[in-house]
Design a protein around this ligand. Structure first.
Ligand SMILES: [Zn+2]
Length: 297
């Protein structure tokens, strides 16, 4: 199985994959009819994207967003398998029969703290705590539009094969796809297409980064920070010491590594020596083995 990452021209790449596997060259007329199919649904897809933007549901809780995409696909004759791999918002929608089996990934989760109006400047929407970063409300919508355009070509007898739309939860953090891979849901796919909103159309074969995440928790002894600091042992000091050492370690780790963290708990008040502190790390590298080396030091 190949994973192809696309910015912008998801549909054409999918069609080319199908065409290659069907051993006939894709014609302009096929591309044109696919583009027409998508254009005909423009108002619907716009509404879906804006709705998902408004729902702004965070990872594994994308109930309304997932259901909206499932309903749209089932209206076009897709068979829906919902709640796959033990995740209520994960689903697989299939249409067609036989080879090739073309997969398209659809994502729909928002990030906490990114509430944002449709504006180029930072404009949080009052009462909303989460939002879609870098066009993520378009992910699922664009993928569903592409899947339906292909479904219409299969239905019209213009191409053959199976189109599978994978509804994948928690792209922003949580890795819903990992559980779907473990469940074997991608095993019979010949190719899986993925895309990201961008300001230009391009196709790359570059792979994604392998990553591991971990929360490190430190426990100390609480004390009044002014009255009896000598009785305290600061858990926050441990977090700061760790972060400092990791930052020094950056000089000595393989190229292309990425290490980033946030302090998720640094104590409650400056006048209390924190007896608990927590830091949340991500470690990434193109190679899984290197991620493990970074972690083992
Ligand atoms: Zn993004």
């Amino acid at each position: 199985m190949k994973l192809i990452f696309i910015s912008g021209c998801l549909l054409v790449a999918a069609l080319n994959s199908i065409a290659q596997n069907n051993t006939f060259k894709i014609g302009e007329n096929l591309k044109t009819s696919a583009a027409k199919n998508i254009q005909a649904g423009y108002e619907d897809y716009k509404r879906i994207a804006l709705n998902i933007g408004d729902y702004a549901e965070v990872g594994f809780k994308e109930n309304k967003s997932s259901l909206l995409l499932q309903n749209t696909l089932s209206q076009h004759g897709f068979t829906i398998e919902a709640g796959v791999a033990g995740m209520p918002t994960a689903f697989v929608a299939s249409y067609g029969t036989g080879k090739p089996v073309i997969g398209i990934l659809a994502e729909f989760d928002a990030l906490p703290g990114l509430s944002q109006d449709t504006s180029f400047t930072k404009t949080p929407i009052e009462g909303r705590t989460s939002g879609h970063g870098c066009g993520h409300h378009l992910f699922g919508t664009g993928s569903v539009a592409a899947a339906i355009a292909i479904q219409q070509l299969i239905e019209a007898g213009k191409i053959r094969g199976t189109i599978k739309l994978y509804g994948t939860p928690a792209e922003e953090g949580g890795g819903g796809k990992v559980y779907m891979v473990r469940e074997g849901l991608f095993d019979n796919a010949d190719v899986v297409l993925h895309w990201h909103p961008g300001d230009k159309n391009e196709v790359t074969y570059s792979s994604a980064l392998a990553y591991r995440s971990a929360k490190f928790r430190f426990y100390g002894v609480a004390a009044h920070a002014a009255a009896s600091p000598e009785k305290g042992r600061s858990a926050l000091d441990a977090v700061e010491a760790m972060d400092n050492m990791v930052n020094m370690m950056r000089e000595h780790i393989p190229q292309e590594s990425r290490i980033h963290y946030v302090i998720t708990n640094g104590g409650k008040a400056p006048n209390v020596v924190p007896d608990f502190a927590e830091v949340f790390y991500y470690v990434r590298h193109p190679e899984r083995a290197t991620v493990e080396i970074c972690l083992s030091g």
